[in-house]
Design a binder for this molecule. Structure first.
Ligand code: PLP
Length: 450
């Protein structure tokens, strides 16, 4: 792991002007990127490799997904074998054994009661699926007035219409205009005045969950289908829930028959030192989404876990009819299932789903060591996620952090920034010396940019 043969990169094809012109890149400042492209053409263990043979230490697990590190033999072999054996299986009124095997293995990892799993191909699709299950569940039980969906400010739930409607990442919403109707938001839980530099869960703010009671008072519980939150908001800057907040949200949902959805696309599969955030916090939602780490990022896959009672509510009516008219051509794709099974084997063999809890004190100490550097105004952490927030440059939000990102890239470390927060989420196999290199590189970059 981590040894890259620099010669392996020789001859990696450069991108052509025609390629640059043709490719409309996602979530990228296209014009700026194409001036000075940052490319990777290989990866192994903790490192990416660039076409010109540089090694780049991956401190963000690709994009919160490569939890076991890159190029893991069990996963690679599983995908290769599967591609030769069964490349595709129609998912409509058909199946293939690996999807069932994967379902069985996955529900062994979820909190008791979350024993059904529905497959999608991404986090965004998992979110849409969960929202639709919530709406259809209430209708199936004769409570069709429950149509309102509640999200949270500074939430990120992918990019499809349901997800951006319940989401609270302002930049991802405001350019589109129309959203799904009948959506409200809880306030976000970030409170720098009371909780700056919290190590682990902040002490203050559990009462923010009572926003849900206010919405119940406003709309009546009989109109509310579900509330969706990320247990730890990742993409909007690593916002860790205050102590007691998720428990309180659970209690309010129970009181009013509202489904609680955890979006665990980032927090699932060991990121917080437990298989899921639900496990770590001891709060079991009614529906739980995941993606990313389910296949170690190797093949697109997302999933929704549901309580038995939710599944059972659909199992009525004529038995030859499809109970839930929803699914994707690639739901439970054989390659994704094979990759996921190889991933679960790798996690189990190396005890990765709980490694984050054993190393959390070390990780926390490392990220909080950046306190006091120029323009650092807050640091947050939980499990193997850390956020270092910088003071924005006046009139140029996000630019300071982006400059730090570029500097780190030049120094051979890949970090991620969101707004003016640097988010670190390394593969769970990271070694202490590698983490120290990340921290030293980020510190030097912050100083240089200042
Ligand atoms: N939900 C959460 C919490 C996420 O963090 C993400 C992606 O980062 C998504 C949903 C969307 O996942 P995808 O990009 O796979 O569609």
């Amino acid at each position: 792991l981590g040894h890259i043969d620099p010669h392996a990169a020789a001859g990696a094809p450069a991108i052509t002007p025609a390629g640059k012109a043709a490719y409309w890149m996602p979530f990228t400042a296209n014009r700026q990127f194409k001036e000075a492209p940052r490319l990777v053409s290989g990866a192994d263990g903790m490192f990416f490799r660039t076409p010109d043979g540089r090694e780049v230490l991956d401190s963000i697990a690709g994009l919160w997904c490569v939890n076991a590190g890159h190029n893991r033999p069990r996963i690679v072999e599983a995908i290769q074998r599967q591609a030769a054996e069964l490349d595709f299986a129609p998912p409509f009124n058909m199946g293939h054994p690996k999807a069932f095997e994967l379902a069985e293995r996955l529900v062994q990892l979820t909190p008791p009661g979350l024993d059904k799993v529905f497959f999608a191909n991404s986090g965004s699709e998992a979110v849409e699926s969960a929202l639709k299950i919530a709406l259809a569940y209430h209708r199936a039980r004769g409570e069709g007035t429950r149509t309102r969906l509640i999200g949270r400010e500074r939430g990120y739930h992918g990019v499809n219409f349901g997800g951006i409607s319940v989401g609270g990442m302002v930049g991802n919403r405001k350019v589109f205009g129309a959203m799904v109707a009948g959506v409200d938001h809880l306030r976000h839980t970030h409170d720098p005045a009371r909780n700056a530099y919290s190590v682990g869960q902040p002490a203050h703010g559990a009462e923010l969950a009572d926003d849900l009671e206010r919405l119940v008072a406003l709309h009546d519980a009989s109109t509310i289908a579900a509330v969706i939150v990320e247990p730890v908001a990742g993409s909007t800057g690593v916002l860790v829930p205050p102590q007691g907040y998720l428990q309180r949200l659970r209690e309010i949902c129970d009181r009013h028959g509202i489904l609680l959805i955890f979006d665990e696309v980032i927090t699932g599969f060991g990121r917080l030192g437990a298989p899921f955030a639900a496990t770590r916090f001891g709060v079991t939602p009614d529906l739980m989404t995941c993606a990313k780490g389910i296949t170690n990022g190797c093949v697109p896959m997302g999933a929704v876990f549901a309580r038995d009672a939710i599944y059972e509510a659909f199992m009525t009516g004529p038995e030859h009819l499809i109970e839930f008219p929803h699914g994707y051509t690639y739901s439970g794709h054989p390659l994704a299932c094979a990759a996921a099974l190889g991933t679960l084997d790798t996690y189990a063999e190396e005890d990765l789903l709980t490694r984050g809890s054993r190393l959390e004190p070390m990780f926390a100490q490392a990220v909080h060591s950046l306190r006091g550097l120029p323009h650092v105004i807050d640091i947050r952490n939980l499990g193997f996620v850390g956020g270092i927030e910088l003071e924005p440059r006046p009139g140029e939000p996000g630019k300071r952090a982006f400059s730090v990102f570029l500097d780190c890239w030049e120094q051979g470390v890949l970090i991620r920034t969101t707004g003016d927060t640097i988010a670190l989420s390394p593969p769970l196999i990271i070694e202490e010396a590698q983490l120290q290199r990340v921290i030293d590189t980020v510190a030097a970059a912050i100083r240089r940019v200042a």
